[in-house]
Design a binder for this molecule. Structure first.
Ligand SMILES: [Zn+2]
Length: 380
């Protein structure tokens, strides 16, 4: 009983991550790893700046004579908006911004993206996914009863970024991944984003229709593109990242407005994180974000525990979002509730790009194969 709800003494991660481990002091692997990563980064800060400068010069050099020198993803969220700002204003790069429209953008997200594009005077390529195809894919994930219902979105974002790079002969892909704020995410809470086999199998078994225009990518194609010279790079891992300051900068420079929650630029993401994950899977993603803030000395642990006592969702917003989501999926609330009540299944109950032997080792972070896929997963 006590074991079931064991919580870290230093941060607020707990056994809602089935793979969490605690040391003799009662501190968990997540904050321990995060703090050691951060210390390494701080001691290497000077080296990082030099490395960053070198990569930026390389991008500029290789982009000479081309319309764009890099591709960036733009979701309208804090990280990708700040990345766009850094790329243009700080580094002097000429990015092509790519946005995936999966039908779930909040109105504010659309406004934030437009303001960013205008403020920075950059081109935007928006990939609009066929809504009926995408709806069937998301419904397939709900029926499959697996945890990572964000795979259909995240997979398509990656595919759209690689496609844009290839089509426009661009050699550099700047990722918005930010280990300063996204490091503490248990791997049991998500799944690999580029496992095309898993995605197609889930769609085949639980989805209707065919995926005609939905963009896909797999590790083989990424390897081919990389052999052809494509490089990915995550600038936010090279810079200090103070959430409040970053928001101030993008508000002032890009006329960006806050959503009031992490990754709430998408209505579905807000509903997934605020309702589906806690209600069906017993996971409150705020634990991860709050733990990161505790590690960074931005929040006392007691305050975080108080925050977690509140519901992850504003009651009225939840009601509005619930009705919106159910209607958008063309379901009745009974049908949606029945999907929520299905027994949870593992992504590994479906076909996967990972061979079974590797599968067993996947959960071991020391495994190079795991690291390979984690690196991919970090691309966003
Ligand atoms: Zn901890």
């Amino acid at each position: 009983m006590a074991k079931k709800y064991q919580i870290c003494k230093r941060c607020v991660m707990d056994t809602s991550d089935p793979q969490i481990t605690f040391n003799a002091e009662g501190n968990c692997n997540h904050c321990t790893d995060y703090l050691s990563m951060r210390d390494n980064q701080q001691s290497a800060e000077k080296g990082l700046q030099t490395e960053l400068d070198a990569i930026i010069s390389e991008i500029k050099e290789n982009g000479k004579g081309k319309e764009y020198d890099c591709v960036i993803g733009l979701s309208g969220g804090v990280d990708s908006s700040y990345l766009a700002y850094l790329a243009v204003k700080e580094y002097g790069l000429r990015p092509l911004a790519v946005h995936l429209d999966n039908g779930w953008n909040s109105k504010l997200a659309v406004k934030n993206i437009n303001n960013t594009i205008i403020s920075l005077d950059i081109d935007l390529h928006t990939h609009v996914i066929d809504w009926n195809e995408f709806k069937e894919l998301q419904l397939a994930y709900l029926r499959a009863s697996v945890i990572d219902i964000e795979v259909p979105t995240d997979h398509a974002i990656r595919a759209a970024l690689y496609n844009a790079a290839e089509e426009n002969d661009i050699q550099y892909l700047l990722r918005g991944y930010n280990r300063n704020t996204e490091s503490i995410i248990p791997k049991a809470w998500t799944f690999l984003k580029i496992d095309k086999k898993n995605l197609l199998d889930i769609h085949r078994k639980h989805g209707n229709g065919t995926l005609k225009t939905y963009p896909t990518i797999d590790s083989t194609r990424i390897s081919v593109l990389e052999k052809g010279g494509l490089k990915t790079f995550a600038p936010l891992n090279y810079v200090g990242f103070d959430q409040e300051k970053v928001e101030e900068i993008i508000q002032a420079e890009l006329k960006w407005k806050s959503y009031g929650g992490k990754h709430h630029e998408s209505v579905f993401t807000r509903f997934y994180q605020g309702y589906i994950l806690p209600k069906k899977f017993g996971i409150d993603k705020r634990r991860a974000h709050l733990s990161t803030e505790i590690c960074n000395g931005l929040l006392p642990r007691d305050t975080a525990l108080e925050v977690l006592k509140d519901s992850p969702y504003d009651e009225e917003q939840l009601k509005l979002d619930y009705d919106y989501v159910v209607k958008k999926f063309d379901l009745t609330s009974q049908e949606f509730d029945a999907l929520m009540a299905l027994p949870i299944r593992s992504h590994f109950d479906y076909a996967t790009e990972l061979k079974s032997k590797i599968r067993k080792k996947l959960l071991d972070p020391r495994n190079p194969v795991y690291r390979f896929f984690k690196q991919r997963r970090n691309l966003k």
